[in-house]
Structure formats: structure tokens, C-alpha cells
Design a protein around this ligand. Structure first.
Ligand SMILES: Cc1cc2nc3c(=O)[nH]c(=O)nc-3n(C[C@H](O)[C@H](O)[C@H](O)COP(=O)(O)OP(=O)(O)OC[C@H]3O[C@@H](n4cnc5c(N)ncnc54)[C@H](O)[C@@H]3O)c2cc1C
Length: 301
């Protein structure tokens, strides 16, 4: 169950009580406020609050000139210029606060992004719900033989059934023991802060995560990338949809220069120049390692 009835009631109450404001409002973001988007089998993201819009980025960039916002056309050009030249601080003027429900092993990857503010559900004070991430059949993949950090073909038949059985059975057994250990019936229950160590990493946790747009783009570039683990990538992809509506010009520049763009080393640029002059450049004559050359070929197609 992604949302509890209490959480849904809280959202409904907030939605039924709109507040007039003098603050900048991003039209595209208003529809996302408080709306929970399901991710994985029990997870979600929802926007709790936000500050700023595309205009706020331009306003900050132009502050030294004392000019207000200009036409959308100019704003878009300025935002693209800022993104292209890694002029990052104006993007920090926008912030977003998300409520995220995610498996603990995904949270471990997510928390490595240190430039955010986090408040997590406390398993010292509260009892974790019996909710575990169990992958869909197509995500139940074998270890990749070419990439130590990747997946190969999906498991099938008996192999897939056995793995699913382990995942479900082990999670259920661990949770049964967790519940038994914290049981208050005989007043001898183990402290929640200790009992939780018996829970597997696919149990769900929740947190509030606040981050500015510059650091959010950094997170999205790494985690919405095809090389990121599927289970964190689906969260990043859901956030991308929200950001595209919140700051369309900034998101467009991000897609163009960061997600769709590439960085070339001086050796790679030299190879491109030689190729343009008609020279047949190979890995051996490129000066690049095999890995670099493979990535370079991936970029230039
Ligand atoms: C595909 C992939 C595989 C990964 N594999 C591993 C792995 O095997 N093992 C592992 O441990 N991690 C791994 N990571 C995590 C990775 O190394 C980073 O910790 C994570 O992506 C967060 O990036 P960040 O530090 O740039 O982000 P943030 O913490 O948000 O920092 C953003 C930027 O702020 C600056 N900054 C923040 N804090 C400091 C600081 N204290 N000092 C100096 N500069 C700072 C840096 O410029 C940094 O790039 C992996 C990440 C990805 C995307």
C-alpha cells in the first residue's frame, strides 16, 4: 500500500484548503503539489513544497544588473547559457521538498547525495510496516557477465520461482521475528532500535528530502541515467516528470546539455578533428584506452 489512509486524509485536507499567496507560483507545479506518484510496488514520491520557478533563476542571474525578468524567450536563452557554462548558483535559488517512500537498499544509494536535507522515518520510535520490495518478473535478472555493477538476462522458470520464493519467504520470516521480538505482551519486548536490525534491506522506509535545483539536476543526471540501478532510476524518472513541469526552461536545458550531452576529453576532441579531416582513426591510434574508446564510439555513434 503506497499511501496510508492517514497520509491520504492529510493530502485531502491540504488540497481542500488552498491559500492565496504573493509568492511566485509555477503553474505546472501546482497540479503536482501533494499528489503521490506510485513507484515500485509500495513506494511513491510526492511534492510537499517548492520555491521558485524559471523566472527566479533569471532574476538571480541578473541581480547584479538590477534588471527584473525579461521575456520568456530571453529567459530561456539566459537559462541555456547558464547551464552551458556551468554557472550553477542561479539554479540553487529554486528548491523542492519531496516525501519519498523507498526500499532501504535504494535509500542507501540515494543518501550518498549529501547536498540535500533529510528527515527519515524513525525505526527507533516507530514500528516499520510489513512492506517489502519484491521485483517484477522482468526485473528478476541474472548478474551481468560484462558489467560487475549490472544485470543480464531475466531469470525464468524454476530459477525465477526459487528466487521469488526466497525473497518473499525470508522477508516474511524476518518480519515475523521482528514483530515477535518487539511484542509488548509480556513487557519484555526487545527495543525497537535493536529489533530492526533483523529486517532485510528490501523493507520500505520514508523520508522528506529537500534539495535545490542545481543539486537535484546532479542527482537526476546520475540516477535517471541508463547506467543507474533500475530501482533508483524509476524514482529519478518520476521526479524528472515533475521537474519538467515545474521549471520547463531549466529542465529543457538540463536535458539538452546534461542528460543528452557528453563531455569529450582533449584526446577525444583530437580524434574528432582528425576524423573530420578524413583520417581513419582506430583505438590503437587514438591514444585512448579500450574502455575510453568504447565510450567514445558510443557518443559519436
Ligand atoms: C552508477 C553509480 C555507481 C556508484 N557506485 C558506487 C560504489 O560502488 N561505491 C560507492 O561508495 N559509491 C558509489 N556511487 C556513489 C557515488 O560515488 C557518489 O557518492 C554519489 O553519486 C553522490 O555523488 P556526489 O558526491 O557528487 O553528490 P553530492 O553528495 O550531492 O555532492 C554534490 C557535489 O558537491 C560536492 N561535495 C559534496 N560534499 C563534498 C565534500 N564533503 N567535499 C568536497 N566536495 C563535496 C562535490 O563536488 C559533489 O560532486 C555510485 C554512483 C553511481 C551514480
Amino acid at each position: 500500500m503506497p499511501m496510508t489512509p492517514e497520509q491520504q486524509a492529510e493530502i485531502d485536507a491540504l488540497r481542500s484548503n488552498p491559500q492565496p499567496t504573493l509568492r511566485a507560483v509555477a503553474e505546472g507545479m501546482e497540479k503536482h503539489l501533494y499528489t503521490a506518484y506510485d513507484v515500485l510496488d509500495h513506494g511513491f514520491i510526492r511534492v510537499i513544497d517548492y520555491m521558485g520557478d524559471d523566472a527566479a533563476i533569471c532574476q538571480a542571474a541578473r541581480v547584479s544588473y538590477g534588471k527584473g525578468t525579461k521575456s520568456v524567450q530571453n529567459d530561456e536563452g539566459l537559462i541555456r547559457y547558464l547551464m552551458r557554462h556551468w554557472h550553477s548558483t542561479p539554479f540553487e535559488m529554486c528548491e523542492i521538498k519531496l516525501h519519498v517512500k523507498l526500499p532501504v537498499f535504494v535509500a542507501r544509494q540515494w543518501i550518498r547525495h549529501r547536498t540535500a536535507n533529510v528527515n527519515e522515518y524513525s525505526a527507533r520510535y516507530s514500528i516499520l510496516d510489513r512492506e517489502f520490495y519484491i521485483p517484477q518478473a522482468e526485473q528478476l535478472a541474472a548478474q551481468s557477465v560484462i558489467n560487475n555493477q549490472g544485470r543480464g538476462e531475466a531469470l525464468t522458470g524454476e530459477e525465477a520461482a526459487r528466487v521469488l520464493e526466497y525473497l518473499k519467504g525470508d522477508a516474511a520470516r524476518c518480519y515475523d521475528h521482528y514483530e515477535e521480538m518487539i511484542s509488548q505482551d509480556d513487557q519484555q519486548g526487545l527495543a525497537r532500535e535493536l529489533a530492526r536490525m533483523n529486517l532485510p534491506a528490501n523493507i520500505y522506509t520514508q523520508w522528506y528530502w529537500k534539495v535545490d535545483l542545481h543539486n537535484l539536476f546532479h542527482f537526476l543526471r546520475l540516477r535517471a541515467d541508463a547506467h543507474a540501478q533500475y530501482e533508483i532510476r524509476v524514482y529519478a524518472e518520476e521526479i524528472c516528470k515533475v521537474v519538467a513541469d515545474w521549471v520547463p526552461a531549466a529542465y529543457g536545458a538540463f536535458e539538452d546539455y546534461r542528460m543528452g550531452g557528453a563531455t569529450l576529453s582533449s584526446k577525444a576532441i583530437d580524434c574528432v578533428r582528425r576524423m573530420l579531416k578524413g583520417e581513419e582513426v582506430t583505438q590503437e591510434t587514438s591514444g585512448m584506452s579500450k574502455g575510453e574508446w568504447r565510450e567514445f564510439e558510443g557518443i559519436i555513434g
